[in-house]
Design a protein around this ligand. Structure first.
Ligand SMILES: *Cc1c(COP(=O)(O)O)cnc(C)c1O
Length: 470
């Protein structure tokens, strides 16, 4: 399997090469040349498999340049009951109204990013060792992604992580989660500034080509296809757990921000998994909801991006969305270049004449939640005796309840555990409701923390990197 860029100006790459890449040099995103097809016989054979065995069958179709025995080892190390709390890895439960919830957030950092990142950590270590290389990951985080990356990369040979975070802007829980890591290869840098300042520093360091080359600087952002490949596996797992046989169809409802999660669902459907619809759930930052309702894609400016109570979905533009539009245009790289020139100019684009195809052929529909919807949904689920759901999952459940059709099986993806967002749960339910926390995180906030505080400039960050790697 070769990988090509959505913009068509990059030489084809292997899976291992794509793993270590960010954006393609032409500004596009890497995609498999064609999607592997899954036959009825394969689905029959896969139905009874454990999570790790199923993930192996799915990912090997994409990671064709990694020998099977090696890939199996990478995957067996990644999806363990120890890391994910149960042999099921992504357990499926039912709400009283029949909507199903697939738990993707039982990993080390309690958010679905772990599903992909745990695989990526082991796959990176393998590829780097094989090629006798090292990699220094430089990232910026305001919460979930940075911690998932650190927990996946901690202790890995050949890898250092330099993670910038805005000083004093994360919750005590999020800070403790990251800064309590004592691993030698994890370096937390608290920048005196905002999240945007952290991102500007990354851009400045990245644009110093000599520094980037000398210190082998890389990233782990959500456009990495390795992450998407790992995510495709849990759509298969969710389908098998929610159905009795392979003649049934399932619709997935996905709390969405950068479109990475639901993009994996789109690819699973294209491969032949019997997915009926893909319900995209957004919060107040509703660029995707507007697109699926009107066909117009209008990214926001940072000033028009709201801070919400489902913060991991607060995006101005959906960085993986180009992958779907690539398929929608029949993989027309010229058209993708033209459309993203419109995005870069701030105008966006309008494909309303494609809405029928988007709904009927690709199965996409969408809904949006507000803060009030989120609180009401958390409350309704709790009052039904269905326990606690986090604010992001609540956006999903709200969309599923709004759009579910008679007889339709809807699986809502749970993208974080409520323990991560206690304040919003308390706002919805009052402070008398205890928000359970997995035992492994008891006392997290009182562990010693390791963090370097730095002024808001790129030179200091470069110095930290130089000294660490000297
Ligand atoms: C990252 C994240 C999302 C959004 O996922 P995308 O792949 O960006 O669409 C939703 N919920 C939680 C809890 C997340 O961490």
């Amino acid at each position: 399997m070769k990988y090509i860029s959505t913009r068509g100006q990059t030489a084809p790459k292997t899976f291992s090469e794509v793993l270590l890449m960010g954006l393609a040099p032409d500004g596009g995103l890497m995609m498999p040349e064609e999607y592997p097809a899954v036959s009825e016989t394969m689905l029959e054979r896969w139905r009874g498999l454990s999570y790790a065995d199923l993930a192996f069958e799915v990912i090997r179709l994409f990671a064709t340049d990694i020998p099977d025995a090696d890939l199996r080892e990478i995957i067996n190390k990644s999806y363990t009951a120890e890391a994910f709390g149960s042999d099921d890895i992504t357990p499926v439960r039912s709400l009283k109204d029949g909507i199903k919830i697939q738990g993707l957030s039982n990993g080390p950092t309690l958010a679905f990013k772990d599903m992909a990142m745990q695989f990526l950590g082991n796959a990176f270590e393998y590829v780097l060792e094989r090629e006798n290389r090292s990699l220094n990951i430089l990232g910026a985080t305001s919460g979930d992604t940075g911690s998932a990356a650190e927990y996946a990369m901690r202790g890995k040979r050949g890898i250092h992580v330099f993670m910038l975070s805005p000083e004093g802007r994360m919750s005590p829980f999020q800070r403790a989660q990251m800064y309590s890591l004592q691993d030698e290869n994890i370096v937390n840098i608290a920048v005196r500034g905002m999240f945007d300042d952290c991102q500007d520093i990354i851009k400045a360091v990245q644009s110093d080509a000599r520094f980037k080359e000398q210190y082998q600087i890389g990233t782990v952002n959500s456009i990495n296809f390795g992450r998407i490949a790992a995510q495709i596996a849990y759509y298969f797992a969710g389908y098998f757990r929610a159905t009795e046989n392979n003649r049934e169809t399932v619709s997935f409802c996905v709390p969405s921000g950068n479109f990475g999660n639901v993009c994996a669902g789109h690819i699973a459907k294209q491969m032949g998994l019997p997915i009926r619809r893909l319900i995209v759930a957004t919060n107040e930052n509703d660029v995707l909801d507007q697109f699926f309702k009107t066909g117009a894609y209008r990214p926001r400016t940072t000033e028009h991006t709201y801070v919400t109570s489902s913060p991991s979905m607060d995006i101005s533009k959906a960085s993986n969305f180009e992958r779907f539009i690539f398929d929608l245009t029949g993989r027309d790289t010229d058209q993708i270049q033209a459309l993203w020139a419109e995005v870069a100019s701030g105008k966006g684009f309008d494909l309303h004449f494609k809405l029928d195809e988007i709904r009927k052929e690709y199965g996409f529909v969408s809904a949006k939640s507000t803060h009030a919807d989120r609180l009401a949904t958390i409350r309704a689920v709790y009052q039904d005796g269905d326990g606690l759901i986090d604010p992001h999952t609540a956006d999903g459940v709200k969309a599923a309840r709004e759009l579910r059709e008679p007889g339709e099986t809807v699986v809502c993806l749970e993208t974080a555990l409520p323990a991560k967002f206690e304040d919003t749960i308390r706002e919805a339910l009052g402070s008398s409701v205890a928000v359970p926390r997995p035992a492994k995180l008891d006392g997290l906030e009182s562990l010693p923390q390791k963090v370097i505080t730095a002024p808001n400039n790129a030179e200091t960050v470069k110095t930290v990197i130089r000294e660490k790697l000297a």
